[in-house]
Design a protein around this ligand. Structure first.
Ligand code: FAD
Length: 513
């Protein structure tokens, strides 16, 4: 069979983006007609963070055909049902952004409208009681429900994973190499371009070795070795909306309570993440250096850990925004080289996955079609843009004004697209999520109401049923949630029985050793 014109794909970088790309390409394109080559430099290393995900990662895992228990075991992962936001609205307040739906949509409109009617007429049960993931998280329970044929009134459980980033890259490396992807160790010091087209022809290592390719995927991290240093694609700086620009990260011992969720706690100049894994907890203080120094942030973080630190804290620097173009000539940028929106809603790994799937859908065979390149760039820009608005809403909608950082974000200008959404939500309780938006009604509702924006009205269709009928339906939904959660094991017990890693810290509580 004739070899396609785009035959040699060179992936520059072996962090999460590089190995996710190598794994997907080696599985979907295969290595019979395509050479998949990954170049990485141990000397430079990877960013080493990025441990919390969202449920869409299951689509990626399914494409790879992974055995989920094996994946969890080998990456020391835990299951994640959502994110708890502590002190974001105001100190002492917390709310949960779950992965699943609140209630069920009825008569063509979202459950939230029925809930608002119920609440405005004095209904007593709290909103989170209508969401199984929130209830399960509160009780530290977890189980998978996919493929189960239980009663229809019981909701399914939506989940993602929290894993060790370096183990994840190593896991995907084994997967890729088994399928024929080739890894080359070395630091790239030079790039050769075709003098006419500007296409990259090869990258050259410090050793002098040149690696030729037809298509280059820049997964080199923040530096954007090809997309920026060669192509000067440009960067949209969003730091006026998302001002955090540093993260101090440190792992600590497992605290024994295996929370099936990530916690984000608002701090004086940003927020702190807590990601519990099987063998340790990942922690980080994400902040803006205009409001706190690097040294002070590190001291604050170290004083707020749940257990002894396992390493020295390390500081990462970034600028929130996105590359203006992520496909130029024969080069695409995936991962941090394509942009970074900050880790608040664990969206970066998802955006890598989106980039991979769009490349596969538009994969050039006999040459690169400029129309496809334009389309790809538009679609990726759209993905970043709507995640951006969701993130900004977390900061803008708050009652906090207790530090200069919170004063700034509460009063900052926001994009028109977000202002429009907040106005409609306030007036009608409607999110109006567009078809391809990542965050849908449940997410916006959970976060906006959690942050303190209560809608004044609801959709008129919610008034169409009688009060008795409303009470009956809501009670049925709530009972279904309770029934579901009551039947679930403890999260750590579920992991212990199905996918415990040899490094799992079961001993902390004492009895499970
Ligand atoms: P990197 O990990 O930086 O990898 C770059 C690779 O390029 C390395 O292998 C390096 O050796 C190689 N390289 C660079 N230059 C050269 C050269 N000259 N020659 C050869 N090789 C080279 N995402 C989430 O989804 N969830 C999270 O919870 C989350 N938390 C985060 C927290 C923080 C503080 C940060 C900064 C990011 C977080 N992310 C998160 C994002 C996530 O970490 C990244 O999207 C992911 O790790 C991908 O990184 P990468 O592979 O693009 O870059």
């Amino acid at each position: 069979m004739k070899r396609p014109a785009i035959n040699r794909v060179v992936i520059v970088g072996g962090g999460t983006a590089g190995w996710m790309t190598a794994a997907a390409l080696s599985k979907v394109l295969g290595t019979h007609h395509h050479d998949i080559i990954l170049v990485e430099s141990e000397q430079i290393g990877t960013v080493g963070v990025g441990e919390a995900t969202i449920p869409m990662i299951q689509l990626y895992n399914n494409v790879l055909g992974l055995d989920e228990d094996e994946f969890v075991r080998e990456t020391n992962a835990t299951f994640k049902l959502g994110i708890e936001f502590v002190d974001w609205r105001k100190p002492g307040h917390s709310y949960f952004h779950p992965f699943g739906n609140f209630g069920v949509d009825m008569d063509g409109i979202g459950f939230t409208h029925y809930w608002m009617r119920w609440k405005q007429s004095g209904g007593g049960v709290s909103y989170p009681a209508f969401n199984a993931e929130t209830e399960a998280a509160r009780q530290k329970r977890f189980m998978r429900t996919s493929g189960e044929s239980g009663p229809k009134t019981m909701p399914s459980i939506n989940y993602a994973f929290q894993f060790d980033a370096s183990l994840y890259a190593a896991f995907l490396r084994r997967y890729s190499e088994k399928r024929g992807a080739k890894r080359i160790e070395g630091k790239i010091v030079d790039v050769t371009q075709d003098p006419e087209s500007g296409d990259i022809q090869s990258v050259t290592l410090e050793s002098g070795q040149a690696i030729e390719g037809d298509l280059f995927i820049d997964c080199s991290g923040f530096r954007g070795l090809l997309i920026e240093q060669v192509y000067k694609a440009g960067y949209d700086d969003w730091s006026h909306w998302l001002p955090v620009n540093r993260a101090c990260a440190v792992p600590c011992d497992s605290a024994g309570d295996w929370l099936p969720y990530t916690r984000s706690t608002a701090r004086e100049a940003g927020w702190q993440w807590r990601i519990p894994l099987q063998h340790r907890i990942g922690n980080g203080y994400v902040y803006c250096d205009q409001y706190i120094s690097e040294d002070e942030a590190a001291v604050k973080l170290m004083s707020r850990l749940d257990a002894p630190a396992q390493a020295e804290p390390r500081t990462l620097r970034f600028l929130t925004g996105r590359r203006k173009k992520t496909w130029v000539n024969n080069c695409l940028a995936f991962g941090l080289s394509s942009g970074f929106l900050e880790p608040l809603e664990s969206t970066s790994i998802h955006l890598i996955q989106v980039a991979i799937s769009k490349l596969l859908a538009m994969f050039p065979k006999d040459g690169i079609n400029p129309r496809l390149v334009t389309r790809y760039n538009d679609e990726m820009a759209y993905e970043y843009d709507n995640v951006k608005d969701f993130l900004i809403a977390h900061y803008k909608v708050t009652e906090r004004e207790d530090t200069p950082f919170w004063q700034y974000v509460k009063h900052m200008d926001i994009p028109d697209s977000l202002q429009e959404r907040l106005d409609i939500f306030k007036a009608r309780g409607e999110v109006m999520a567009r078809h391809l938006e990542l965050f849908k009604e449940t997410s916006w509702y959970a976060v906006l109401v959690g942050q303190g924006l209560e809608p004044e009205g609801y959709h008129p269709v919610a008034d169409a049923i009688s009060e008795d009928e409303l009470r009956l339906r809501l009670t049925k939904i709530r009972n279904g949630v309770q029934q579901r959660v009551n039947g679930m094991p403890e999260h750590r017990e579920f992991v212990r029985q199905n996918c415990a890693s040899p490094a799992a810290a079961f001993g902390v509580k004492g009895s499970e050793k």
